[in-house]
Design a protein around this ligand. Sequence first.
Ligand SMILES: O=C1O[C@H](COP(=O)(O)O)[C@@H](O)[C@H](O)[C@H]1O
Length: 232
Amino acid sequence: MAYRMHTFESRTALAEAMADRVAAQLSAAIAARGTASLAVSGGSTPGPFFETLATRDIGWDKVTITLVDERFVPADHPRSNHLLVATHLLKSKASVARFIPLYHATENVEEAASLATQETAALGAPLDVVILGMGLDGHTASFFPGGDRLEGALDHTGPRRVMTMKAEGAGETRLTFSYPTLADARLLLLHIEGAEKKAVLDQAIAGTDVHAMPIRAILNGAPSTPDIYWAP
Ligand SMILES: O=C1O[C@H](COP(=O)(O)O)[C@@H](O)[C@H](O)[C@H]1O
């Protein structure tokens, strides 16, 4: 397993440190290439970090933000990751950033995935910053254990794209970037909080079955070494 562990005394300290790190990487990208790309996770963890990041003084008008994964629900749905980003990140100094959603109000989720693939291609590759989360079942992005397209999503040789995922533990059908899009980010972060998630991380580190705990695909053999940010 290859990763770097960063442990903090509090979630506030983590949010400050991670916001500094991400802001520095985005600023460096803007200085080098004129623009910067940031793909973030949803769920219950990132809200306070988003609030902190939005206060950082960088060239937000040159930053494009997207999601590593999304539920196939409209942006006003309470479980929408887009809603989380709109509420907690696209505000303050970051209100001028551009946002590319993965959800589209198409007839079916396959069409939404195809549109999201086309629209996010403009971000180029690799992405500047990818921030992953992890569920208690060991999923990351929407790489769920038992996912109907898990094999394809984790294929190291597959295309960079947005694809669909259905899994018992996922609730709604998902849209997710494929592993090749996420795993070679210039800065690859894994953000987890709490003792329960630390125990899941330790379990993932101790084993090798990627299908049982897809987070292992990131911890073991991603082209970029992930930096793990954890606070109790
Ligand atoms: O379903 C999801 O869950 C994971 C973890 O979320 P959390 O609520 O345990 O923080 C998240 O990383 C992912 O983006 C989200 O769609």
